[in-house]
Write a protein that binds this ligand. Structure first.
Ligand code: HEM
Length: 414
């Protein structure tokens, strides 16, 4: 099989700017990232509006090295390239476990770790499959569907809300709030700093309201675990509880549904890979799901802040500068992924970095996400084997989440 050529771009190095929301709507994004990786793997970029700058790193080795060195590259001052440590309103709104460093991070993560171990997630297997089955039941007779809202959105929100104990009637509202929280610059979901802050506030308030209920009437859910947890011998204060809830709901939602939507689009573009998986659904599911997640790279970057002057990958970095680690590029790094632009559901090995590249903040929900993606595609491909997109995806205008807003699909009704 011949190698898929590395994509190209007409942009010059200086014209490539991943800070711009519109950059991510271009068709040559992969080419531009490849150019950065090959010719300027550590680059200084500036936000087109604020003019504020940050480092971009695009090679897998550099992303992995930065992720693992939390003492030099801190999470405590914001996790997106565009947020500034001095924007206290913003920082206060979203600050959660993901925006802390050890030792505080270790303690907070200890509170929820047990709920996400492979053993615990294996127990949720039946619930995940049952949800996936109901989602397919709902669309199967119709012959067509809007894949994002009717399929990809539906599973992750149901599962994380089950785990957190969110009543069914409130879930649509929470999904809408996480859409607004992670809208980037997309006006369909607000897409402004104010709408983001408002969504963050409402999610935190909701978490506090549910937490209060669980303090009075404990249930077997993660919200009950959070409100009864002790950190350093004290109950978790509201300023930690609200953001913790926000983090789990948002992280459990927006990422996995993006993997499912991007996966559907990939199988439409590469139908032979769909047929390959359908011929051995159980046998190939582990490698197929890893490849879907590498291909999708739903969280395009995470950001850290430099804590001391340092030389990193040949660049002189100064204290307080921001550094964006572009997983979406690291996941195409030829050094680790031979023929990286081939969507290959049997790819082995596939140590993809979409959940992070090691270190303290490695995705808490990776086992859960894998199970959800597996369950959704296995159910879809068993019952609607000819399902495919009928138009190009409508992409989210964001430099953080590689979201798809709309993706129409058609299939023979079942
Ligand atoms: C395909 C789906 C997913 C992807 C691609 C993804 C990706 C990521 C990434 C890149 C990070 C940050 C890693 C770092 O900074 O080093 C992260 C952290 C996190 N993820 Fe996920 N995630 C996914 C699904 C989930 C799910 C289903 C949950 C469930 C709640 C979840 C919960 C979290 C949490 C809580 C953190 C913060 C961990 C910490 O700060 O210690 N994620 N995820």
């Amino acid at each position: 099989m011949s190698t898929v050529p590395i994509p190209t771009t007409a942009l010059t190095l200086d014209e490539i700017n991943p800070a711009s929301f519109d950059f991510w709507l271009r068709d040559d994004v992969e080419g531009a990232l490849a150019k950065l990786r090959h010719e300027r793997p550590v680059a200084w970029h500036q936000h087109p509006d604020s003019g504020k700058g940050f480092w971009s790193i695009t090679r897998f080795d550099d992303v992995a090295a930065a992720t693992r060195d939390w003492e030099t590259f801190s999470s405590a001052y914001g996790i997106q390239a565009m947020t500034d440590p001095e924007d206290m309103q913003y920082m206060g709104a979203i600050r959660s476990m993901i925006s802390t460093d050890p030792p505080k991070h270790t303690k907070l993560r200890g509170v929820v770790n047990r709920g996400f171990t492979p053993k615990m997630i294996a127990r949720a297997e039946d619930a995940v499959r049952e949800r996936a089955r109901r989602i397919v039941d709902a669309i199967a007779p119709k012959g067509e569907a809007e894949f994002v809202t009717e399929v990809a959105d539906a599973l992750p929100v149901a599962i994380i809300c089950d785990m957190m104990g969110v009543p069914e009637g409130d879930r649509a509202k929470l999904l809408d709030l996480t859409n607004r929280l992670l809208a980037g610059g997309d006006r369909d979901f607000g897409g402004t700093r104010d709408s983001l802050l408002q969504a963050a506030g409402e999610l935190r308030e909701y978490g506090l309201w549910l937490g209060k209920k669980r303090l009075e009437h404990p249930e077997n859910d993660l919200t009950t675990t959070l409100v009864h947890a002790e950190v350093d011998g004290e109950a978790m204060p509201p300023e930690d509880l609200g953001p913790f809830f926000l983090l789990l709901i948002a992280a459990g939602n927006e990422t996995t549904r993006t993997a499912i939507s991007q996966g559907m689009w990939a199988f439409t573009q590469f139908p032979h890979e769909k047929r390959k998986w359908q011929a051995d659904l159980e046998g190939l599911s582990a490698s197929a799901v890893e490849e879907i997640i590498r291909w999708a790279s739903p969280v395009m970057h995470m950001r850290r802040t430099v804590t001391r002057d340092t030389t990193f990958a040949g660049a002189q970095m100064q204290r307080n500068q921001k550094i964006a680690m572009w997983y979406i590029s690291a996941n195409r790094d030829e050094k680790y992924f031979p023929d990286p632009y081939r969507f290959d559901i049997a790819r082995t090995p596939n140590e993809q970095g979409a959940f992070g590249t090691g270190g303290a903040h490695f995705c808490l929900g990776s086992h859960l996400a894998r199970r959800e993606v597996t369950a959704m595609f296995v159910e879809l491909f068993r019952r609607l084997p000819d399902i495919e997109a009928t138009a190009e995806p409508e992409r989210l205008r964001s430099n953080f989440i590689r979201g798809i807003k709309r993706l129409p699909v058609a299939f023979r009704p079942a």
